[in-house]
Design a protein around this ligand. Structure first.
Ligand SMILES: *Cc1c(COP(=O)(O)O)cnc(C)c1O
Length: 380
C-alpha cells in the first residue's frame, strides 16, 4: 500500500463479531479466561494490550514502516520508556535544540541516573563523532526542531550510528511520516508526540514509539507494560481517527505554512523567518533531500528585537489562538521563551537562539486569506 492508503487501512481490519468498520472503543480493563491462564481471546489485561490500542499501534507501525508500534499516554512517556533501555555509565548524544520537555526529562529527571547526556549541533559531524565512545548507546535527534526549525541529516547520522552499533532515535513529531520517514532513512526508532499532527485536532495527549526491529520492539513493549504509561482506549481511538486524515491535513498545513512563511519573510517588521521551505533557510537543502514538503510550523523574530512587540502581536491575534501545543487543525501561536520552552534555562535559550522576540506559529488548515489578514492586523 502507498502512504495515503496506509493512513486509512494500514494494519486495520473490521471488527469480527459485529463487522464494525472502525474498531470499537474497548472500555475494559480485563478479559475473561476459560481456565486459569487461558484467556478466551488474545487479551488478558489492558495495561499489556487493549484491542483499540492494538489497532492504533498497528496503524503507527504501518505509516512509519516499522515492525512494531507502541502507544503511550504522552509523547514524554514514550521517550521515558525508551530511556529505560539504558543504565548508569551509558552515554546518550542528543541534538542541542530540543522540545523543552524532552530537555527537562534528559537533564532533570535523569540527572542522577548515571546516564551521561551530551548535547551537540548535529550538523557539526566532526564534533558529533568526537563524542562517540564505547559507552555511547543512543543518538537522539529531533528534526525539524521545536521552535528553531533546525534540521539534522538523518541518512548521514544513520551511517555513523550503524558503524558504531549505536541506536538512533528520531522525534518525528514536526514532520510526520507524511513528509519524512526516519526508519527508511536508517533510524532505528521513531518517537511521536501524537498529541500534535497524528491526533491533529487538539483533543488528546498521546505518544508513540515505532521500532524498525521486531525484537527491540518486543523489548520496549515489555518495558511499556512493566512501567504502565499506556494509552487508554478512548484516546487511542481519537489518535487512530486523526491518522486517517493525516495526509490531507498535512498537505494543507504545508500549503498554508509556506504562504505564511513567505508573507512574513517579505514583511518590513519581521527580522527573520525560520521555515525549512524558504531558500534562505540554512537547512533548506537537507529539507529538500529528506522531506517531501515543509510542514506548517513557522517561527519568526521582530526587526525591533523587542519582547513587548512579540507579546503585543500575540495578544492581538484573533484567528490564531494563543496557546501551547501545535499540529491541530486550528492555527495556534506561541511565545516559546515564556510558554513551551520556559523550562530551558535563560542562558541556554539564548545560546541556541530562542530569543524573547521569537514567535512560533502552528499554521492550521483554515482559509489562508483569513490567516494572512489576521497576521497583518496583529502586526499593525
Ligand atoms: C509536544 C512535543 C513533545 C512532547 O509530547 P507530549 O505529548 O506533550 O508529552 C515531544 N517532542 C516534540 C517535538 C513535541 O512538540
Amino acid at each position: 500500500m502507498k502512504f495515503n492508503t496506509k493512513t486509512i487501512h494500514g494494519g486495520q481490519h473490521h471488527e469480527e463479531v459485529t463487522g464494525a468498520v472502525m474498531p470499537p472503543v474497548f472500555l475494559t480493563s480485563t478479559f475473561v479466561q476459560s481456565s486459569p491462564g487461558k484467556p478466551i481471546g488474545d487479551y488478558e489485561y489492558s495495561r499489556a494490550a487493549n484491542p483499540t490500542r492494538t489497532a492504533l499501534e498497528e496503524s503507527l507501525a504501518s505509516i512509519e514502516n516499522g515492525a512494531k508500534g507502541l502507544a503511550f499516554s504522552s509523547g514524554l512517556a514514550a521517550t521515558d520508556c525508551l530511556l529505560r533501555m539504558f543504565k548508569a555509565g551509558d552515554e546518550i548524544i542528543a541534538m542541542d535544540d530540543l522540545y523543552g520537555g524532552t530537555y527537562r526529562l534528559f537533564t532533570r529527571l535523569y540527572k542522577d541516573s548515571g546516564i551521561k547526556f551530551h548535547f551537540v549541533d548535529m550538523n557539526d559531524m566532526e564534533k558529533f563523532q568526537s563524542l562517540i565512545n564505547e559507552n555511547t548507546k543512543l543518538v537522539w535527534v529531533e528534526t525539524p526542531t521545536n521552535p528553531l526549525m533546525k534540521l539534522a541529516d538523518i541518512a548521514e547520522i544513520a551511517k555513523i550510528t550503524k558503524k558504531h552499533n549505536i541506536l538512533f532515535a528520531v522525534d518525528n513529531t514536526f514532520a510526520t511520516p507524511y513528509l519524512q520517514k526516519p526508519l527508511d532513512l536508517g533510524a532505528d526508532i521513531v518517537m511521536h508526540s501524537a498529541t500534535k499532527y497524528l491526533g491533529g485536532h487538539s483533543d488528546v495527549i498521546a505518544g508513540a514509539l515505532v521500532i524498525k526491529d521486531k525484537a527491540l520492539g518486543d523489548e520496549l513493549h515489555f518495558k511499556q507494560f512493566a512501567t504502565g504509561a499506556t494509552l487508554g482506549p478512548m484516546d487511542a481511538f481519537l489518535v487512530l481517527r486523526g491518522i486517517k486524515t493525516l495526509h490531507l491535513r498535512v498537505q494543507r498545513h504545508c500549503e498554508n505554512g509556506g504562504k505564511v512563511a513567505e508573507y512574513l519573510d517579505n514583511h518590513p517588521l519581521v527580522e527573520r523567518v525560520y521555515y525549512p521551505g524558504l531558500a534562505s533557510h540554512p537547512f533548506h537543502e537537507i529539507a529538500k533531500k529528506q522531506m517531501s514538503g515543509f510542514g506548517g510550523m513557522v517561527t519568526f523574530t521582530f526587526k525591533s528585537g523587542k519582547k513587548e512587540d512579540a507579546i503585543k502581536f500575540l495578544e492581538n491575534l484573533k484567528v490564531f489562538t494563543l496557546a501551547e501545543s501545535l499540529g491541530g487543525v486550528e492555527s495556534l501561536a506561541n511565545h516559546p521563551a515564556l510558554m513551551t520552552h520556559a523550562s530551558i534555562p535563560e542562558d541556554k535559550r539564548k545560546e541556541v537562539g530562542i530569543t524573547d522576540d521569537l514567535v512560533r506559529l502552528s499554521v492550521g488548515i483554515e482559509d489562508i486569506e483569513d490567516l494572512l489578514a489576521d497576521i497583518e492586523q496583529a502586526l499593525k
